[in-house]
Design a protein around this ligand. Structure first.
Ligand SMILES: *Cc1c(COP(=O)(O)O)cnc(C)c1O
Length: 388
């Protein structure tokens, strides 16, 4: 049997988070077990989606749930549903949107790389606001006869220029326009599984392969029954825009199990473990009088889940002598060297810091990460003579 090792695929130590590029998260033996069981029989896929949806809607205290092949395909299905409604002729016509309302309103500061998942349904964005502010009037002025939905990217709520979700939902209700919330990576906290639907969002999307630790190619769509019924028309196994977004029965049953486990899990002790591990790593890194090593929650938008404490390695300006390398280059070097050699470690890097996120670390990996960071920092200090 081929393995990662004999294929020459390096096993990565994940100190970055649930990044799709690095295979998201790890699924538990219980989830694998559910997938194995599911693999043994043929079933009617429509019926399977129907019944798992009802069961999860009950667990998640919402009207309806649809398991999708990921939050991104949930975006495509949502956009499609908001444009066509129940009209089967329109469903078959996509991505040609002639004769349909095909504009999706979005705040400028909510545009993100997953936009394309919405555009492949044929929808077009109509932007409101700017980098500094968005007013309720801007939003209302953008609503017109061609409006299909309002899209909200939950992470962007941290931006000053973002209107709050409450306000968006209020406006959506006033004009009878559905609000779609991308909450793909907004777990933990567990409460978010309930929060956005409770607030009245029409569709809320989560990834199954991030903190839920279900199959990597799964997603959860939660929300209002009527619109989710339309999403089903667009979805696999029907011949429609979602047909290429297949979710196998094993994945469906695996995600159901993952949600059950998530709801039963002790999230307080998970949070404590992350806090402990961050402190453990931070306290075992030598600062060489150049680096500032601290543990904090992320205050930056676009580093979710922000409630997990992580280690920040910054460069202390006072003791940093300007060598041939700039601060940014040093941070980049640290990131690159962590990924090289034995035990490749992935981390996050921004303008100010190399960030070690314990979210996806396994037991026993903290020491490896700390040791490797220490070796790299020491080498950098010695070789490049960074000290004053
Ligand atoms: C990960 C992510 C997605 C895509 O989710 P998948 O489940 O990988 O399809 C969409 N939006 C945001 C904000 C994400 O973080």
């Amino acid at each position: 049997m081929k393995t990662y090792n004999n294929l020459g695929i390096r096993k990565i130590i994940n100190a970055a988070g649930t990044y799709t590029k690095y295979s998201g998260s790890l699924i538990s033996p219980e989830v694998i077990e559910a997938m194995k069981k599911a693999s043994k029989s043929f079933v009617d896929v429509n019926k399977l989606l129907e019944e798992t949806g009802k069961y999860l809607a009950d667990l998640l205290e919402t009207e309806a749930v649809l398991i999708t092949s990921g939050a991104a395909s949930g975006l495509t299905l949502s956009a499609a549903a908001c444009m066509t409604g129940h009209d089967q002729k329109k469903v078959s016509q996509l991505p040609d949107t002639s004769g349909m309302n095909d504009e999706i309103i979005v705040m400028r500061n909510h545009r993100n790389p997953y936009d394309q998942a919405i555009r492949i349904a044929g929808a077009e964005f109509r932007e409101v606001g700017n980098a500094i502010e968005t007013s309720r009037l801007d939003l209302e002025a953008a609503i017109n006869d061609n409006t299909a939905a309002i899209f909200y990217f939950e992470q962007s709520s941290l931006f000053r220029a973002s209107l709050g979700l409450e306000e968006i939902i209020k406006t959506g209700k006033k004009y009878e326009i559905p609000v779609v919330v991308d909450a793909a990576a907004e777990l933990p906290p567990k409460e978010n599984l309930f929060k956005f639907t409770d607030m009245g969002a029409d569709i809320v999307l989560f990834s199954g392969g991030k903190d839920l630790r279900g199959p990597q190619s799964s997603g959860l769509m939660l929300g209002k029954k009527d619109i989710i019924e339309v999403c089903k028309l667009h979805n696999y196994p029907n011949h429609a825009i979602g047909r290429p977004m297949k979710v196998d029965k094993e994945t469906i049953m695996g995600l159901v199990r993952a949600v059950e486990l998530y709801l039963e899990e002790d999230h307080k002790s998970r949070m404590e473990w992350w806090a402990d591990k961050s402190l453990e790593i931070a306290s075992s890194i030598d600062n060489y009088e150049i680096f500032d090593i601290s543990v904090a929650e992320s205050t930056q938008p676009l580093t979710q889940p922000s409630i997990i404490p992580r280690v920040f390695i910054k460069i202390n300006s006072d003791n940093f002598k300007m060598p041939s390398l700039s601060k940014g280059e040093i941070l980049k070097k640290i990131e690159q060297k962590l990924y090289q050699g034995e035990n490749p470690v992935i981390v996050v890097r921004d303008k100010e810091a190399v960030i070690i996120n314990p979210h996806m670390l396994k037991k026993g990996e903290t020491e490896i990460v700390a040791t490797k960071v220490n070796e790299i920092l020491e080498e950098l200090v010695n070789k490049n003579n960074l000290l004053n």
